[in-house]
Ligand binder design. Structure first.
Ligand code: ADP
Ligand code: MG
Length: 677
């Protein structure tokens, strides 16, 4: 049985053991604490080094902890405000108090981790954008959230950068909207091509101009093939592009742009003259603008043509004027010789020869004047259908036997105000051209019709004035013409015929006559098929009265006539004729002289005035004389058309007029008519 002492010894040794154990446990605990402390310090250092605002929040007491960086992030000294939930709430932006706080409360209730963005007020009053992350801890036994930790990071810079980015994107969108509006409404075509030659964009005008869309021409290669179907032409176009673009790229001067003009074939097969301007883009692509200059070129060529015609007309008119004076003398004296000779005299034939030759010369001059539109017109009411019917026989004689002449005349009234001989001239010129174009025979058709030129027609064909017209259509089945020839046919002296055969005046004359009658002419021609001329002359709605023509006898008189004419030969001839037929003649050699003579000889019954004279012309001289004697009788005389005198006339006074070369009979008839009126 163990003694009381034995028992005590056992207890002591057990205690010692326990103490030893406890010491061991304590030292281990200390070691662990040491490690934990070290870890805590390290963690805190890491957080500081990361520059994060670190916090924890006791959800039961609402007390909190903010690390030093948290304070400095907002511009405070560490510990400058009390660390609590309330302090944080006070710094929060009013909008975020409304939006963000309820959400955070919800996370806390549910014990969920969260991430939110909000603004905190700095010490200097500015706002900082913060990204806040939090983790909630829940008591395992009660299920109540009791603690939260997390970091707050300053994201202001990121946020403003993002905002700036958004704004610049918005501006960019607006800019590109503007650019799109411009290109969608541009009056010229726009193509955007990438560095591989793919068409990225074509604007509506491009599609309207050519008929092609992106689907038709996805790239430059297809474009070249479709727009320039002719192989040779295409090769040239491509070569021009490549060489010029290369050299331009090397120069690459700002403001200097190459530009090209090519004939493009559109989707519907029509051809257009297009001006291209390429712009090189930094990404290696191209921006191409294309302008349709077909119409402009056409108008320019029309204008050039009109100017040229006008200039040649002036020249021709000038020559004709001088020539008419010479012819007047020539024909006049020949007529006088005839009058003086007995009818049996053999010399009469010579006088007749002179007259025939002079008449031919006069006809030539007439052509020149017709073209220059300065020819005196003898306007009367004429029926175009009648003229065609009456010239049909003559025209047939003009044509070769293997050419059939057909007429299709309208039943409508085809009365116009015109010079009959001029309309004849048109028909003859067109018929002889048709004959030359059909050396192996064919058909010549002359048709008439009444047409109304309306706005649509004028827009379509680019000529005319609205109104009712008698149309004469002359069609042959001959050689036709190519475009080059067509462009020039109305030019005086343009002919494709061999020397001696063509004068090149036929169509120029036709053109002049049509214009002088306020009409229009156009021509359609297809090579090896034939040619059609359309002539439009203003229609009248009057039926013609048939005036019986009475045989005329040459009248005489005994009145005093003042003859003002600067050309000595013409003056002498006129004097001779007038004296021969009973008149008294006073001569004046220019306009001023005419006024002087009129004032010194009070008994003058009639003045004959040449329109073109030195010092004062006929009209100017007349104006002076008219002031002295408003009842004066006058006849104007000119190698130019009546219009020139009338155009610049005095008020609505009608003038009597006699064209040069002066024919004796007509002159004497006119003088009698004026004196007897
Ligand atoms: P010319 O007959 O003296 O040559 P024109 O002025 O009458 O002068 O005609 C000019 C040119 O127009 C002609 O040389 C011819 O080439 C062409 N031409 C005119 N009419 C026709 C036609 N009906 N068919 C084919 N070519 C024509
Ligand atoms: Mg001809």
């Amino acid at each position: 049985m163990p003694s009381k002492d034995d028992k005590s010894i056992d207890k002591i040794s057990a205690l010692k053991k326990n103490i030893k154990k406890l010491r061991l446990m304590l030292s281990e605990h200390r070691k662990k604490e040491e490690i934990l402390k070290e870890r805590c310090e390290r963690l805190e250092m890491a957080i500081e080094a990361g520059g994060f605002g670190f916090w924890d929040w006791d959800l039961i007491t609402n007390e909190a902890y903010f690390n030093p960086t948290y304070y400095t992030m907002l511009g405070y000294e560490p510990g400058e405000f009390t660390a609590s939930y309330q302090s944080w709430y006070n710094l929060l932006h009013p909008d975020d108090r409304i939006n963000v706080v309820p959400r955070i409360k919800k996370y806390v209730e549910l014990g969920q981790s969260y991430e939110e963005e909000f603004r905190l007020r700095c010490k200097d009053g500015t706002w900082k954008w913060i990204s806040g992350k939090g983790k909630i801890f829940i008591n395992g036994a009660s299920g109540i959230p009791y603690w939260a930790v997390g970091v707050h990071i300053d994201i202001t810079e990121r946020k403003t950068a993002k905002q700036a980015l958004l704004e610049s994107k918005k501006r960019l969108d607006e800019e590109s909207d503007k650019l799109r509006t411009i290109s969608e409404n541009a009056p010229f075509g726009i193509v955007l091509m990438d560095s591989n030659g793919r068409f990225e964009y074509v604007n509506p005008k491009f599609m309207e101009m050519f008929g092609y869309n992106l689907h038709d021409v996805p790239d430059g290669k297809t474009w070249f093939r479709k727009a320039y179907p002719d192989h040779e032409y295409r090769k040239n176009v491509i070569k021009t592009w490549l060489t010029d673009l290369e050299s331009f790229k090397q120069k690459s001067k700002v403001g200097e742009r190459p530009n090209y003009t090519f004939t493009v074939t559109c989707k519907d097969g029509s051809k257009k003259t297009i001006n291209f301007i390429p712009v090189f883009l930094p990404n290696g692509g191209h921006l191409l603008t294309c302008e349709d200059i077909t119409e402009r070129l056409y108008l320019e060529s029309q204008l050039r043509q009109a100017q040229k015609t006008e200039a040649i007309g002036t020249l021709a008119g000038g020559i004709a004027h001088d020539f008419n004076n010479i012819l007047t003398a020539l024909m006049g004296y020949a007529t006088l010789i005839k009058i003086k000779l007995k009818t049996t005299d053999p010399l009469i034939t010579y006088a007749d020869q002179i007259l025939t030759a002079s008449q031919k010369a006069a006809d030539l001059i007439k052509n020149l004047l017709a073209f220059s539109r300065k020819q005196p017109l003898n306007l009367t009411y004429i029926d175009v259908n009648n003229i065609i019917k009456s010239t049909e026989k003559l025209l047939k004689r003009l044509l070769t036997e293997d050419i059939e002449l057909k007429t299709k005349l309208t039943k409508d009234n085809t009365v116009i105000m015109a010079d009959q001989s001029q309309i004849d001239q048109i028909l003859f010129n067109l018929a002889s051209n048709a004959r030359d174009a059909m050396p192996n025979g064919g058909r010549l058709t002359i048709e008439t019709d009444i047409v109304n030129l309306d706005k649509e027609y004028i827009e379509k064909y680019g000529f005319g004035k609205p109104g009712r017209y008698v149309m004469i259509k002359v069609t042959d089945t001959g050689s036709g013409m190519d475009k080059d020839t067509l462009d020039k046919i109305f030019d005086p002296f343009f002919t494709t015929k061999e020397v001696g055969k063509g004068t090149g005046l036929g169509l120029a004359t036709v053109y002049g006559i049509v214009k002088q009658h306020n009409g229009f002419i156009n021509v359609d021609s297809v090579l090896n098929v034939g040619t059609t001329f359309h002539i439009y002359l203003p229609a009248l709605s009057t039926e013609i009265e048939q005036i019986p023509i009475e045989p005329v006898s040459i009248p005489t008189g005994n009145e005093t006539v003042l003859v003002a004419e600067d050309n000595e030969d013409v003056r002498a001839f006129l004097k001779e004729v007038l004296i021969k037929h009973g008149y008294r003649v006073i001569e004046a050699q220019d306009g001023e002289d005419a006024i002087k003579k009129f004032m010194t000889h009070k008994d003058i019954d009639l003045i004959i005035l040449d329109t073109v004279m030195p010092k004062k012309n006929g009209l100017e001289a007349f104006k002076e004389i008219y002031k002295l004697e408003p009842d004066v009788r006058v006849i104007f005389m000119s190698g130019y058309s009546r219009d020139i005198v009338l155009e610049k006339g005095i008020g609505d006074k009608e003038f009597d007029f006699i064209p040069k070369p002066v024919e004796v009979e007509k002159l004497l008839l006119k003088i009698r008519e004026v004196l007897s009126s």
